[in-house]
Design a protein around this ligand. Structure first.
Ligand code: 3LM
Length: 402
């Protein structure tokens, strides 16, 4: 029975879980680097392509049953051909670019994006002869102008890290395809529970598994899910050669985390909505970006292409950076830490932390102000998350309040 017919909440529990020979309900951890062949002939057949067709395993860098279970689960949830689990979200992004780009190619990339992606494209891939234009992808006219003959990839994050700006995925796909480019979408902030970019026209979707998908802040990992078999094969070849695969034990932990994804995302959305509304009406707050606020520029589009606003909020206090610093050091329940999407509430300062590697000029252009504070709303009691922020805001020195 195909699991694709199941609803997303059911898929979270059952996707990628096959029948175990011993009846185990939970897929076992195949903690092995290599696999025995029945014969020389069988080993040769697996090397000749049988392993990629699911006929058996060779060596864990090339495939592992525990990892394959997670890959299939994400492919089912995203509605793609198959998945590719990577050692980190950055490995997933790097593998995707390495698979599809060659010297002379042009890339158009959202300017508000996880900071190191700008260094990957603007540094490492620039050295290899790839030219990248960073653009406000939420502005379709600007996106259209940036795409040109020779554009091979349009890469977007939506909602974007850390500004939460929202890009129209279907429109971006149409623009990319008209120029013969692929649209690749980083879906880390919403997960397939809330947004399915492939169904909206994207060619490849990727995630940092480190965040909501695992959800428990104890694994670093990434995943790529392409729409087509041809792209999957190209990505598999690239990942096998580059070697940045996810270890089986980490795959097991992420697959376990996935089972509660629907419950966690519902809670993240509900609590973040409450916290965003609280911040928006607090006198010490200058502005708030959260796609669930009707006043947010991404509100209408978010309602159209996603089934929830997610758990991420960015905001700036009237007292700017000095007040933001005092707030980040004044919270007691929330932890001052980078990363996001775990059960714990985290607060951090993008300009000096997650986006410190970005050129200051690009940061400013992208709206990542020095005073911007990013909050990842966890699944603790929302009234306690609010009370924690309230007490920290109440302690702000008078000099930083206005
Ligand atoms: C962060 N982000 O705190 P890994 N795509 C998105 C991301 O947010 C991230 C990645 C990819 C953060 C990590 S900063 C030192 C900590 C939208 C990561 C990369 O390679 O698994 O970290 O994913 O914003």
């Amino acid at each position: 029975m195909s699991k694709r017919q199941h609803k997303p909440d059911t898929l979270c529990v059952h996707a990628g879980v096959g029948r175990d020979a011993h009846g185990a309900i939970v897929p076992p951890i195949y903690q092995t680097s290599t696999f025995r062949f029945e014969s020389v002939e069988q080993g040769a057949a697996l090397f000749a392509g049988g392993a990629d067709r699911g006929e058996g395993y060779i060596y864990t860098r090339l495939g592992n049953p525990t990892v394959r279970g997670l890959e299939r689960a994400l492919a089912e949830l995203e509605g793609g051909h198959d998945g590719l689990a990577c050692a980190s979200g950055m490995a997933a992004i790097h593998t995707t670019f390495a698979a599809f780009l060659k010297a002379g190619d042009h890339v158009v990339c959202s300017e508000s994006i996880y900071g190191p992606v700008t260094s990957l494209l603007g540094g490492l891939f620039a050295r290899l002869g790839v030219v990248t234009q960073f653009v406000d992808s939420s502005d379709l006219a600007a996106l259209k102008t940036a795409i040109r003959p020779g554009t091979a990839i349009v890469h977007i994050e939506t909602p974007a890290n850390p500004t939460l700006s929202v890009t129209d995925i279907a429109a971006a796909a149409a623009l990319a395809h008209a120029a013969g480019a692929r649209l690749t979408v980083d879906n880390t902030f919403l997960t397939p529970l809330l947004q399915q970019p492939l169904a909206l026209g994207a060619d490849v979707v990727m995630h940092s598994l480190t965040k909501f998908l695992n959800g428990h802040a104890d694994v670093v990992g990434g995943i790529i899910v392409p729409k087509t078999e041809a792209d999957w094969k190209l990505l598999r070849q690239t990942l096998n050669l580059a070697g940045g695969t996810l270890p089986p034990h980490d795959a097991f932990l992420v697959h376990r985390g996935l089972k509660t994804l629907a419950l966690r995302m519902a809670r993240h959305c509900e609590s973040a909505q409450r916290i965003a509304e609280f911040l928006a009406r607090h006198p010490a707050v200058d502005w708030v970006r959260f796609p669930g606020l009707p006043a947010d520029p991404g509100y209408a589009l978010s309602r159209q292409q996603a089934s929830g606003p997610g758990g991420m909020i960015s905001f700036e206090l009237k007292g700017g950076l000095a007040a933001g610093r005092a707030l980040m050091e004044g919270v007691q329940l929330a932890a001052l830490a980078v990363s996001l999407g775990g059960v714990e509430t985290l607060i951090q300062h993008p300009a000096s932390m997650t986006h410190a590697s970005m050129r200051a000029e690009l940061r400013r252009q992208a709206g990542i102000t020095d005073g911007l504070v990013r909050l990842s709303v966890g699944i603790e009691d929302a009234s306690e998350i609010q009370a924690d922020l309230e007490q920290a805001l109440a302690k702000l020195p008078m000099a930083t309040r206005a």
